[in-house]
Design a protein around this ligand. Structure first.
Ligand code: ZN
Length: 237
């Protein structure tokens, strides 16, 4: 059978239409509809863990400060930020932008009459392995999963995350301090987000950590704040 010119033209139209549909489908995969987003967030709330259907592979790219690192998504053991700088007087390391933002945050706190320091910042995969093992020994495996990340799954490996201290103390001792209230109210102005807010364990997988802040830049920190979502939900959208 020989196709008439008209037949060829219709055939070409069909192929073009099919290609358009494929492109539209690919578009839908990378940008979820409001309905998909609601279903996605409902899945997070129901299971306590995000469903593993995001544009990100479980093995996250190294060096991107906005990766949704969590219990499903991990960094490779050899992923080390290439611009770590020492925080003056603390013997801790952060990526350059996060270190500058931390200096601005502590200066801002100081202007408002608060003293903020830090107990931990960048942690390598190996250090996180030891940290998680230590918490498992202290608390048992179930509690350790709620308060500490497994190696590869910690925001501290990003080199943008820091555990803050007040004169009254660090970690749990930080939670009820005026410094913690200041951080909750002002950290976004310096590009930091409290990753694991109180009462959001069902979403983040971790109990509240008022001291644990992650640098994402001011633009993203503002958007997270306006969204009312946790950083985790925001990055997974
Ligand atoms: Zn932390």
């Amino acid at each position: 059978m020989t196709l008439s010119p008209k037949g060829l033209w219709i055939g070409a139209l069909l192929v073009a239409g099919l290609a358009g549909m494929l492109i539209a489908t690919a578009g839908a995969l990378s940008a979820p509809s409001p309905l998909q987003l609601r279903a996605h967030l409902a899945g997070i709330a129901r299971d306590g863990l995000p469903p593993a259907r995001t544009p990100y592979p479980e093995q996250l790219p190294c060096g991107d400060i906005l990766v949704p690192i969590d219990k499903q998504h991990e960094l490779a053991p050899d992923c080390v930020p290439n611009d770590l700088v020492e925080l003056a007087g603390l013997g801790l390391y952060l990526r350059a932008d996060a270190a500058a933002a931390f200096a601005a945050l502590t200066a801002g706190a100081s202007r408002d009459g608060y003293s903020i320091s830090a107990s931990s910042a960048y942690r390598s995969y190996a250090t996180q392995e030891a940290t998680f093992a230590w918490w498992t020994e202290q608390l048992g495996p179930e509690e350790a999963e709620r308060t500490s990340a497994r190696a590869g799954h910690s925001e501290h490996q990003l080199g943008t995350t820091i555990d803050l201290c007040a004169p009254a103390g660090c970690l749990e001792s930080f939670s009820a301090t005026p410094e913690a209230a200041w951080v909750a109210a002002h950290s976004w102005e310096y590009g930091f987000v409290v990753s694991y807010p109180n009462e959001r364990e069902a979403v983040t997988g971790y109990v509240g950590e008022a001291w644990h802040v992650r640098y994402v830049g001011v633009d993203v920190a503002v958007r997270v704040r306006e969204s009312g979502l946790t950083l985790h939900e925001y990055l997974l959208r």
